[in-house]
Design a protein. Structure first.
Length: 196
């Protein structure tokens, strides 16, 4: 798999803890904006930019990634029963399935991505039920450390909702059972506050 394709899949997996399947209720929140993702391993970096739409409906999400001009890059659909990733591949779309978004990332990329907190992190709060360290005001933290990620809120809307966020995870050395994992930085800029 090419490093650029791996970066795209990493961005998709990071943004996609779960996704809406047919017959699910309408989304409670929709986040639309731009993303820039960088992976770095052994001194080599790969960058991908584009637009995203993330719709949250209960414990499910729908994620669409597109080029800056609007061409589809990937769609992630997932539920507690499993995850599906459809990504642009040559002249068509390639599909991959996994038991959840984290397992799908592990299968496709060779390393896990802690994606289960994105629905909470994008609104500036830690995912419930797991240890987290908050920096700044606990009601509106400036940074969250959880599941091996650091999420920084760089700017907020007047409502207090995050407008610009940076997600970062350091590189991981390889072992007998795991490949080395690149350092990942993902920057999100939201167009509007949810509900605006």
């Amino acid at each position: 798999m090419s490093p650029r394709r791996a970066l795209l899949l990493a961005a998709a997996a990071l943004l996609a803890g779960c996704a809406t399947v047919p017959g699910t209720p309408p989304p409670e929140r929709v986040h639309v904006g731009r993303f820039a993702a960088t992976t770095t391993l052994d001194g080599r970096s790969e960058n991908t930019t584009g637009r995203f739409t993330l719709a949250v409906a209960g414990d499910t999400l729908t994620l669409d990634l597109a080029t800056p001009l609007g061409s589809t890059l990937a769609r992630v659909e997932s539920s507690p029963a499993g995850a599906v990733l459809r990504a642009s591949a040559g002249t068509g779309m390639q599909e991959a399935r996994g038991r959840d978004a984290s397992a799908l990332a592990e299968d496709l990329l060779g390393f896990p991505l802690p994606v289960t907190g994105i629905a909470d992190w994008i609104v500036g709060r830690p995912a419930p039920g797991r240890p987290a360290q908050l920096h700044g005001d606990p009601r509106q933290p400036q940074a969250i450390e959880q599941d091996g990620w650091r999420i920084d809120v760089l700017e907020r809307f007047a409502s207090g909702a995050p407008r610009r966020l940076a997600f970062a995870r350091p590189a991981r050395a390889g072992s007998a059972t795991a490949l080395p994992a690149p350092a990942i930085t993902l920057r999100l800029v939201l167009d509007d506050a949810p509900g605006a």
